[in-house]
Design a protein around this ligand. Structure first.
Ligand code: HEM
Length: 179
């Protein structure tokens, strides 16, 4: 998992819960990186899980909810850093359709070792899109946060319906209906 995902997570936790909590989590976890991340480095996904579980235990906020909050937070940062990738995206649905075919393709060019999910998107009608999320990292809650932030970014309102298609969380269907 890319370092930017770690550095921004640590910044978010420090700004919401203070500096001490993250230090305490890093000290008590046995992280191969020692808790030192650079934005362009690559680290094991399990380290992210350890950090999130650490925050969850100390705040009583569920891991799923923390992932969603973090997705919302990171979206704005990604859009600010990488907006030049998507000059032709005019709506949240445009963006959803281009994650797999364009956005994450560009991410892979920049960071060939990035670990990205697979999204199959299909417009069901003018106001509805289906997105099928597939990833062994099982971060659909993070995707949910990114999706919500994208709708807010384009000033759109929609219902997001989520259906888990297996027990592990690696296959999740989102149905997004504009209201
Ligand atoms: C609504 C829009 C988006 C969705 C739903 C989405 C979804 C995801 C998810 C779920 C992951 C976690 C990895 C996994 O589940 O396997 C991820 C990783 C990532 N995405 Fe996206 N993404 C979106 C937009 C973007 C944008 C705009 C960028 C910026 C160019 C971006 C860049 C990245 C990067 C750098 C990673 C980390 C890869 C790694 O750690 O190796 N994504 N994305």
């Amino acid at each position: 998992m890319k370092g930017i995902v770690f550095t921004e997570f640590i910044d978010m936790v420090e700004s919401k819960f203070g500096l001490g909590m993250m230090d305490d989590i890093i000290e008590s976890a046995n992280l191969p990186s020692g808790g030192i991340y650079t934005a362009v480095g690559t680290y094991d996904h399990s380290e992210m899980v350890e950090l999130i579980v650490g925050v969850s235990k100390r705040t009583n906020i569920s891991v799923n909810h923390l992932l969603k909050i973090y997705g919302k937070h990171l979206f704005v940062i990604l859009m600010n850093s990488y907006a030049h990738f998507f000059p032709n995206i005019k709506s949240a649905f445009d963006l959803f359709e281009q994650i797999d075919s364009h956005i994450h393709v560009e991410v892979l060019k920049l960071y060939p070792d990035a670990e990205l999910p697979k999204f199959n998107t299909q417009r069901l009608d003018a106001n509805t899109i289906e997105m099928l999320y597939q990833s062994e990292r099982k971060m659909a809650d993070f995707a949910d946060g990114l999706i919500e932030a994208a709708l807010e970014y384009f000033n759109e309102t929609a219902n997001v319906q989520i259906e888990h298609l297996n027990d592990s969380g690696s296959l999740v269907k989102f149905i997004i209906s504009k209201v």
